[in-house]
Design a protein around this ligand. Structure first.
Ligand code: HEC
Ligand code: HEC
Length: 233
């Protein structure tokens, strides 16, 4: 999250957009597209809606294999309307349908096409070849879903895990992280949940105000991947 000065809160301030755009290195993948999206958000009446579609989580240089064609294309095309998506967010199956939906939008056919008319004129769409590269890249680095028969899901904590952690993506396989890594990931997710709630604003829409993530962290740690270097959980 490199753009600390230009958080979603301050983005609407024209000065922030201007300095951010000026500071963005045009040689960096995605930098001109990000700058353009931010200035569009600031000007569009739908800017707030677009900004909150995905929380700011990764910068282009933090993408897996940042120099690959897939990363380059993700950084170019997928920042035009919302924050850069993290390939690890979705499973391979989910990326297939998500990319199809996004390409459809980029080609001006989405149901928000009319709403975003003023933006759509500036949106670039990938070629068929590029769509394949993008999809394969996102799938290669995608999320692994937990086996629905996993014993962890039978406990009360497991039910809470399943409810809380499948709201935005597939329910993650605990083996994706070590016991040491999980608390950090869950803390970041709490941030995303708070962000989604805060930005929506009304208390009636707050789905899980007091989520007990300590229980979830313990559950994930019990079933976590063993650290290969230390052989410790
Ligand atoms: C033309 C604008 C536009 C572009 C460009 C765009 N998206 Fe989206 N994206 C949207 C809109 C609008 C939504 C919210 C509605 C929806 O989910 O379809 C969205 C939602 C999302 C979501 C959150 C919903 C979910 O299914 O998790 C992800 C992830 C996503 N886009 C990924 C991508 C990727 C990957 C690319 C590049 C291949 C991309 N987007 C390019 C408009 C765009
Ligand atoms: C409000 C939506 C939301 C909820 C709810 C949510 N996540 Fe996420 N999750 C995201 C987004 C956005 C990403 C991609 C950006 C990132 O990695 O921070 C992500 C990515 C992930 C990843 C892949 C990235 C990595 O570091 O391995 C894991 C694992 C994950 N989430 C676990 C969880 C767990 C566990 C919970 C429940 C405590 C949870 N998520 C709840 C939005 C959410």
């Amino acid at each position: 999250m490199g753009s600390a000065v230009c958080s979603w809160l301050t983005l609407v301030a024209a000065s922030c957009v201007a300095t951010h755009a000026a500071a963005a290195d045009v040689g960096t993948p995605g930098a001109p597209e990000i700058a353009q999206a931010k200035s569009l958000w600031a000007r569009s009446p739908h800017g707030k809606m677009l900004e909150r579609i995905l929380p700011p989580a990764v910068e282009p240089h933090e993408l897996p294999e940042p120099r690959s064609d897939g990363a380059r294309l993700t950084a170019r095309y997928c920042v035009q309307c919302h924050h850069l998506p993290n390939p690890q967010m979705h499973t391979a199956a989910k990326w297939q349908s998500t990319v199809e939906r996004m390409v459809w939008r980029m080609r001006g056919k989405g149901n928000l096409g009319e709403l975003m008319k003023e933006m759509m004129a500036q949106i670039r769409a990938p070629t068929t070849q590029e769509v394949t590269t993008l999809t394969l890249y996102l799938q290669k680095h995608g999320q692994n879903e937990i086996n629905p028969a996993h014993p962890a899901l039978r406990s009360t904590a497991g039910q809470m895990y399943s409810l809380a952690c499948s709201q935005c993506h597939a329910l993650p396989d605990p083996q994706q992280h070590t016991a040491r890594e999980w608390p950090v990931v869950v803390e970041r997710m709490k941030g995303h949940m708070a962000w989604a709630n805060v930005i929506v604003g009304t208390s009636e829409l707050r789905t899980i105000p007091e989520l007990n993530t300590a229980e979830i962290v313990r559950l994930l740690q019990r079933h976590a991947r063993v650290d290969a270097r230390t052989s410790r959980p």
